[in-house]
Design a protein around this ligand. Sequence first.
Ligand SMILES: Cc1cc2nc3c(=O)[nH]c(=O)nc-3n(C[C@H](O)[C@H](O)[C@H](O)COP(=O)(O)O)c2cc1C
Length: 346
Amino acid sequence: MSLLTGMLQLLPPETAHNVTIKLTKYGSPLLSKGFQDQSLHTNVKGLSFSNPLGIAAGFDKNAELIDPLLKIGFGFVECGTVTPKPQYGNAKPRIFRLKKDNAIINKLGFNNKGEKRFVKNLMSAKRTGVVGSNIGPNKDTKNFIDDYLKIYKKISVSCDYVTINVSSPNTETLRELQKKEYLEVLLRDISQIRNEATNRKPIMLKIDPDNTNDHYSMILNLVNKYNIDGIIATNTSLSRPEILRDFNKKRDGGLSGTPIKDLSDKVLKFLYQETNQELILIGVGGVGCASDVYNKIKLGASLVQMYTSLTYGGPQLINKILIDLVKLIKDDGFANISEAVGVNNK
Ligand SMILES: Cc1cc2nc3c(=O)[nH]c(=O)nc-3n(C[C@H](O)[C@H](O)[C@H](O)COP(=O)(O)O)c2cc1C
């Protein structure tokens, strides 16, 4: 951990996040460049990634850090969650560190500056890598599904893929959208808009790690039926594993970081076993080092994302992960990361 990352840890978590955003945005010329290696290049759904490691949704909610995040080494950036109208989110404090567990609990509730600002930021970024937009509904909307459709139409033209987030635990009743009757309508209507567009953008569905395999099978059936391009597994968890030691484990909200790694991996493993090769899987949850990334890839993820460990390890963690990942690939005799997808889960 660098001195700066250590100092940020002394601030309350949301203040530290806001300072990080400002430092990343305005200190961008000072940031060192990310590690590049041909063995990490990968093509997924017609998109070219310099490496398979992306920053997960929630870090850059307003799409204001796209270029610096790509510069420091991320292979792709998922911005958002963005909602049609700006919204404050839940009352503060709403982010809690569980330092002893390398974890966070958050109950932010989709705080963001709204779709108009988001699109403006997307359009002004250089976007030298892949950029996804993660979308959600406003808390006070009359109809959640209408919000997704509205925002999908506005946003999909300015980014490379769109993620439908139906798995945040911090907007009341949002996870209900993962029930068959709602999910079917949402996926049917959004895929229709995608299919009618001249420039077809991949759609990903982001799911939670707190469900049963029967439930994930139902989701897979709908995803296949409406030709959704991929699944992101997983969002934060409402569970509180026994292993948690930090006092803040009692907080309400979604748990992320090391303690959800096994939970997310279990979902990923199941999805890959049940799915065809057409469906893209992005693994996220508890990634803190190269072997965590590699493990998700070997379980079937074509791409991987991280968030929580970055807040503890700082930006230098990205290059360390990428350099170590190249070693792991080479040790296994692969020339390229894509050869390792699913090898431990056939
Ligand atoms: C502070 C915080 C805010 C988040 N906000 C969002 C969000 O807006 N949308 C979303 O889909 N996921 C959000 N997430 C979940 C992450 O994208 C990711 O799925 C989860 O944290 C697991 O990855 P990790 O263990 O590497 O953090 C958030 C996570 C954290 C810690």
